[in-house]
Design a binder for this molecule. Structure first.
Ligand code: UDP
Ligand code: MG
Length: 309
């Protein structure tokens, strides 16, 4: 069976949303008249989602289950989706129905116009905390400023990609992944479609602050050397201050001024520079650790069961 559209959803403990997700995707795609499949990537769920996915797959052959051996994280689950999807277009969406399946026809229409990446832009977000909205907004803007790739702001992983794009992405096996950055990096013809991000259908967010922070780090380290260059900038700034301060202090001393006397000055400058240096070493360590992980060359994910590719 040749598949025109693959819908990929990473699933991590989404038991209550699954039947609704299946129902709505099914309904929307059937209307478009394309042949389709729904790739559900189970990212080590522990709440019975795995069994539910198997059940859906046994009832409908459109559903293709990819079941991980443990939790590997959202980004890796998306990657597995790229690997197993067979469609000429691949739609990535969350399983919690925050990305409405009803937008798929619009994405498909743009694809038919000739766009190879059609990403959904969050025009509005519903039912999310002030904290989540502010940190998310800040995150997109910081990443936009300091990374070398212009990753569209307010854009999540919800998007449609042409087979050509997915084939390129499949060759990018980096360990620390930021899929929306990767899909901006590859180029091709891209376009955004605005949508209203819905509330979670059921359950709670699987993205605590720590995971959001890690994602931000992956985005920044994966697409920019800026943090590494900060050390150089700091170095020049401190050296510059010293070059000006040395003759000033010598002259002050020679003229008998007590202006720079005292331990406090010494202690503060040692503490300040010590702090700056430790932070810089930490930044280098962050990149070094990532290089080490890349060099190990471990597989990105391990599947317990999956259909043939
Ligand atoms: N998810 C996943 N693995 C994880 C965390 C999340 O596959 O380790 C899935 C989750 O099931 C959902 C999607 O990624 O389909 C987005 O997660 P979530 O809705 O919790 O994030 P939020 O929308 O709150 O940012
Ligand atoms: Mg969500």
């Amino acid at each position: 069976m040749s598949v025109e559209i693959s819908v990929v959803a990473p699933v991590y403990n989404e038991l209550e949303s699954l039947p609704e997700l299946y129902r709505r995707v099914c309904e929307v795609i059937t209307l478009t008249g394309f042949t389709w499949e729904l790739v559900l990537v189970d990212d080590g769920s522990t709440d019975g989602s795995t069994e539910r996915i198997r059940e859906l797959a046994s009832q409908d052959e459109h559903v293709r289950p990819v079941i991980f051996a443990r939790n590997f994280g959202h980004q890796v689950a998306i990657t597995a989706g790229w690997d197993y999807a067979r469609g000429n277009a691949v739609v990535i969406m969350d399983a919690d129905l925050q990305d409405p399946p009803e937008l798929i026809p619009e994405l498909v229409a743009k694809w038919k116009e000739g766009y190879e990446v059609v990403y959904a832009v969050r025009a509005e977000r519903e039912g999310e905390t002030w904290f989540k909205k502010t940190t998310a907004s800040l995150f997109y803007r910081v990443v936009y400023r300091i990374t070398d790739v212009k990753i569209p702001v307010d854009t999540g992983d919800f998007r449609l990609m042409d087979r050509k794009v997915v084939d390129v992405l499949k060759t990018m096996r980096e360990k620390y992944r930021f899929p929306r950055g990767m899909s901006a990096w590859v180029g091709f013809r891209q376009v955004g479609v605005p949508y209203k991000r819905a509330e979670r259908f059921a359950g709670v967010t699987k993205y605590p602050f720590k995971k959001m922070f890690t994602l931000a780090l992956n985005a920044i380290t994966g697409f920019s050397y800026f943090p590494l260059q900060l050390a150089t900038y700091f170095g020049f700034a401190c050296a510059g201050v010293a070059i000006i301060a040395i003759p000033v202090v010598i002259i002050l001393r020679m003229t008998g001024s007590q202006f720079f006397g005292g331990q406090a000055t010494t202690l503060l400058s040692v503490l300040f520079l010590g702090g700056v240096q430790l932070i810089c070493v930490g930044v280098v360590g962050e990149y070094l650790g990532r290089i080490y992980d890349e060099v190990k060359g471990r597989p990105l994910y391990i599947v317990r069961e999956a259909p043939e590719k």
